[in-house]
Design a protein around this ligand. Structure first.
Ligand SMILES: N[C@@H](CCC(=O)N[C@@H](CS)C(=O)NCC(=O)O)C(=O)O
Length: 80
């Protein structure tokens, strides 16, 4: 099973779009959530691994995918 971790900010509309998709499709239990405003270590990990502090970012088995539309398409194809 693929490991999925979503780096996000609760105040970010692009993050919200992805979070809404996840909620609407009932796939919360397939994803680990990382709010970078609440956890400095997660923010640093995002910057170190992804190369920039932009959210949302989905780590797919540790590989970062930025862009909310791409993330939603990936989730559609791999979790529904
Ligand atoms: N095109 C991106 C936009 C994401 C975006 O602009 N996120 C903002 C927060 S709402 C951000 O992380 N900005 C910091 C940056 O881009 O360095 C998407 O659809 O995911």
């Amino acid at each position: 099973m693929i490991k999925l971790e979503l780096y996000y900010k609760s105040t970010c509309p692009f993050s919200r779009k992805v979070l809404n998709f996840i909620e609407e499709n009932n796939i919360k239990d397939k994803i680990v959530f990382k709010d970078i405003d609440l956890n400095e270590y997660d923010r640093e990990t995002l910057e170190k691994v992804g190369g920039k502090v932009q959210v949302p970012c989905l780590f797919i088995d540790g590989k970062p995918m930025y862009e909310s539309d791409e993330i939603i398409n990936f989730l559609k194809e791999n979790t529904l």
